[in-house]
Write a protein that binds this ligand. Structure first.
Ligand SMILES: Cc1cc2nc3c(=O)[nH]c(=O)nc-3n(C[C@H](O)[C@H](O)[C@H](O)COP(=O)(O)O)c2cc1C
Length: 190
C-alpha cells in the first residue's frame, strides 16, 4: 500500500497549521495500514511553467527539475491529497507553481498517466465562512482536475485558524483531519 497515497504539501510555513493537519492525516492513515508518501513543495526545486508548450508538442517537459521525480511518484499513486492554506481565496504560490506544471499531463500521451486518479483537497483558512470564502478555490480545483480527468472525492476545510499552530486549539479540526486518514479504506485504495 505504500505507493498508493501521495500527499502534496503546498504550505510555505514550517510547522504551521497545514503541517499539523497533514501529520494527523498521516497518523490515522498509518493506523489503517497505509503509508502515505509526502512531498513538501517548499523543499523542492520546481521552476515556474514558462508556457513553452514543449509538453504539448513533444509530450516532454522542457525542465529537468524536481518535478521529474514528483511526476514519477504521481504516476504510481492512486490517491493524491493536495494540501495548501487558502491564500487570497486560492492556493499558495508554491502550490500554484506545482499545479501549473501538471500541464504536462494535458498532452494526450501523458493524460492516461494521471486520468482516473482520485484527489482529496485539504485547506486551512482564516475566515469563518467556509462557503463564501472557498467558492473560488472549489471552482479552480474542479476546472483544473476536470481537464486532467482527476476525480475529486472530497474537500476538507479547516476554518478560523490564522496563527501558526492555532489548529491545535480546535479539537473538531484535529478530529476532522484524523477522519481523513481513517476513512481511506472506504475509497478502496491500495
Ligand atoms: C498571503 C496570505 C493570504 C491569505 N489569504 C487568505 C484568504 O484568502 N482567506 C482565508 O480565509 N485565509 C487566508 N489566509 C490565512 C491562512 O490561510 C491561514 O493563516 C492558514 O492557517 C495558514 O496555514 P499555515 O499555518 O499552514 O501556513 C492568508 C494568509 C496569507 C499569509
Amino acid at each position: 500500500m505504500s505507493e498508493s497515497i501521495l500527499i502534496i504539501n503546498g504550505a510555505t510555513r514550517k510547522n504551521g497549521n497545514t503541517d499539523i493537519i497533514i501529520s494527523r492525516i498521516i497518523e490515522s492513515a498509518k493506523s489503517n495500514n497505509f503509508k502515505p508518501a509526502i512531498i513538501e513543495l517548499r523543499n523542492k526545486n520546481i521552476s515556474n511553467c514558462i508556457g513553452c508548450y514543449t509538453c504539448l508538442k513533444d509530450s516532454k517537459c522542457f525542465f529537468e527539475d524536481d518535478m521529474t521525480e514528483i511526476r514519477n511518484n504521481i504516476n504510481k499513486t492512486e490517491l493524491i491529497i493536495f494540501a495548501s492554506p487558502l491564500y487570497w481565496c486560492v492556493v499558495t504560490g508554491l502550490m500554484k507553481t506545482f499545479l501549473d506544471r501538471l500541464f504536462f499531463y494535458y498532452h494526450p500521451h501523458n493524460k492516461s498517466l494521471i486520468a482516473g486518479k482520485k484527489a482529496i483537497i485539504v485547506t486551512p483558512m482564516n475566515q469563518k465562512d467556509i462557503n463564501s470564502e472557498s467558492e473560488v478555490l472549489v471552482d479552480f480545483y474542479k476546472r483544473l482536475f476536470n481537464c486532467l480527468g482527476v476525480k475529486i472525492v472530497d474537500m476538507f476545510f479547516f476554518n478560523d485558524i490564522m496563527a501558526k499552530g492555532s489548529v491545535l486549539d480546535k479539537p473538531e479540526h484535529l478530529e476532522q483531519a484524523y477522519s481523513i486518514g481513517a476513512n481511506l479504506k472506504k475509497l478502496k485504495i491500495g
